[in-house]
Design a protein around this ligand. Structure first.
Ligand code: AFP
Length: 320
């Protein structure tokens, strides 16, 4: 068997006009390698469980949330192209460098999504969005709070039975796997396409009494149309399955929480970008997710993403 030596960096640098974006993605990938190592050793190092603090949204931070956030921050601090870092674990955006210093990108991340599942060894992941710092240095933080359609790159790193990095720089979707022998991500698939249809839906159906009537009608229709359900409760794992096998992942609003649970800028937007770049569809249930103009960093959004045909079935029921 010949060695696959097409590493993430080599693959990106072989493409035209990628510039310093490669450095930002390599910084995120480096953090991902370090996080993967910590996740694997979590039980041994006794870093499972709550850190004793809450994030700005009032959610208990896990020790590994805090650690992963620090690793991303450290890697981006050392990357001259990174201007801003914002994450689920930070109250506000952190300015790393100005445009005058040559920094051109803002990175937004959920450093360890699904972290409440780590104690039972379920797959978790890092979700990231890269926006261009295209405003004046006085508005450096606002550069991070932009519509998903404007993302320069987006993706996720899945810490599962293997460590998988899925990336789009707006030219389709590529998948890399961390080769433990090389210590680097190598390209395993380029030009990924979401299957156009697949009779699988993925949502927390336990909240059904709180769903709007259109969504209840969709579920009744799906039940009588031969659909199956798959829900891990770890967005990166659920979206990764949806990307490769098709179906639809949704985290809708409920009566109690009309905007749902997931964050727009570092969960909804990057996943929507990847799925659309792979030929799928992404909606809030009311309109294209990537067109939502954000007003604040930690804004939430309902999410309906996956195979174009499956998303459309849901939208049809929501409209009627
Ligand atoms: P944690 O990071 O707190 O584990 O939350 C994970 C998550 O944000 C996302 O990965 C899941 O899709 C979603 O929450 C699951 O939420 P429910 O438990 O309400 O279904």
């Amino acid at each position: 068997m010949s060695e696959n030596l097409l590493t993430l960096g080599r693959h990106l640098r072989a493409q035209k006009d990628v510039g310093a974006l490669v450095d930002v993605i390599e910084a995120i990938a480096l953090a991902g390698k370090a996080i993967a190592h910590r996740v694997r050793r979590a039980r041994i190092d006794d870093v499972i469980g709550e850190a004793g603090a809450t994030n700005i949204q009032g959610e208990a931070q896990q020790k590994l949330d805090v650690l992963s956030d620090q690793l991303l921050l450290e890697c981006l601090r050392a990357c001259p192209a990174a201007a801003v870092y914002a994450s689920e674990e930070q109250d506000g955006a952190i300015v790393l460098r100005t445009r005058a210093e040559g920094a051109a990108y803002c990175v937004l991340a959920d450093p360890l999504d699904g972290s409440s599942n780590i104690d039972v060894a379920v797959s978790v992941g890092t979700i990231f969005s890269v926006q261009r710092h295209d405003r004046s240095d006085a508005e450096i933080e606002q550069s991070a709070v932009q519509a998903g359609r404007k993302q320069a790159a987006a993706g996720y790193i899945l810490y599962g039975s293997s460590v998988v990095l899925v990336l789009s720089i707006g030219r389709g979707v590529s998948m890399y796997v961390l080769d433990p022998l090389l210590g680097d991500f190598v390209l395993v698939k380029d030009g990924i396409r979401v299957p156009a249809a697949s009779k699988t839906y993925s949502l927390n159906e336990a909240y059904v009494n709180d769903f709007e009537d259109g969504l209840k009608a969709y579920l009744d229709w799906a039940h009588s149309s031969g659909y199956g359900a798959r829900y891990i409760g770890s967005m990166v794992a659920d979206v990764h399955r949806t990307l490769l096998k098709g179906g639809v992942f949704l985290y809708p609003g409920t009566k109690k929480a009309p905007e749902g649970k997931l964050r727009l800028l570092y969960e909804g937007n990057p996943m929507a970008f990847v799925i659309e770049q792979a030929g799928g569809a992404a909606s809030t249930g009311r309109g294209p997710l990537l067109d939502v103009v954000p007003t604040k960093l930690h804004q939430r959004t309902p999410v309906v993403i996956g195979s174009a045909g499956e998303v459309e079935h849901i939208l049809r029921h929501l409209r009627s």
